[in-house]
Write a protein that binds this ligand. Structure first.
Ligand SMILES: Cc1cc2nc3c(=O)[nH]c(=O)nc-3n(C[C@H](O)[C@H](O)[C@H](O)COP(=O)(O)O)c2cc1C
Length: 187
């Protein structure tokens, strides 16, 4: 069965609420979802590039999951992107563009409420706008970017009901990505 790779970057997963809950749910589907926790894999922050590249090569659908920090991803994910999406592998003459055509998506937890993350809100920009650098990075390496799933308002005492509903939506989001991939393969 076609599996989805979920690359998680959370510098303090021990004290996380939402990412932890998401991971717990993702791990209920080992036949279709592989969770790759970067901080657990590389506690010294030294990344095995070849290993990461080989892992990416073996999946058609990849999700980058992380908490939003200062309107961006946590620094270890940026380091991972800088190092793993290397010239000669991800892009460049004779690189083979190894991520070409693969479906990529983001799964982001935000402290800020959704209504504050829009033009009329306090922080002016939507998550879709704030994640344009990811979108254009995927485009640069010829991958097929598939937008994002988000949890909003972690800093505003979200109800258990909302957390559970959102976690279910995340699983459905992954299922839909997979369906799209199958359709693309079948033409
Ligand atoms: C250093 C730092 C920066 C943060 N910056 C933002 C931000 O720019 N936007 C936002 O919505 N939340 C921000 N937050 C809140 C986190 O995104 C939020 O606590 C986290 O996503 C909740 O997920 P967790 O329960 O898995 O930790 C920040 C938190 C920290 C620690």
């Amino acid at each position: 069965m076609e599996k989805t790779l979920v690359i998680v970057t959370h510098p303090k997963l021990g004290s996380s609420k939402i990412n932890k809950r998401w991971i717990e749910e993702l791990r209920k589907y080992p036949e279709s979802i592989v969770v790759h926790d970067l901080h657990a894999e590389y506690p010294s922050l030294e990344i095995d590039l070849r290993r990461e590249q080989q892992l990416l090569e073996s999946f058609d659908t990849v999700i980058l999951q992380f908490p939003f920090y200062w309107f961006n991803c946590p620094p270890f994910l940026k380091k991972w992107i800088d190092e793993v999406l290397a010239h000669g592998w991800a892009y460049g003459k004779n690189s083979g563009y190894k991520l070409a055509g693969k479906k990529f998506a983001l799964a982001i937890t935000a402290g800020i409420k959704e209504e504050d993350n829009k033009a009329s809100g306090r922080y002016e920009y939507t998550l879709e706008e704030l994640t344009r650098p990811f979108e254009i990075t995927f485009k640069y390496v010829k991958a097929d970017y598939q937008t994002l799933h988000a949890f909003y308002g972690e800093e505003h005492n979200p109800t258990e009901e909302y957390i559970e509903e959102n976690t279910k939506d995340y699983i459905n989001f992954i299922e839909n990505l997979k369906k799209k991939n199958k359709e693309a393969i079948l033409g």
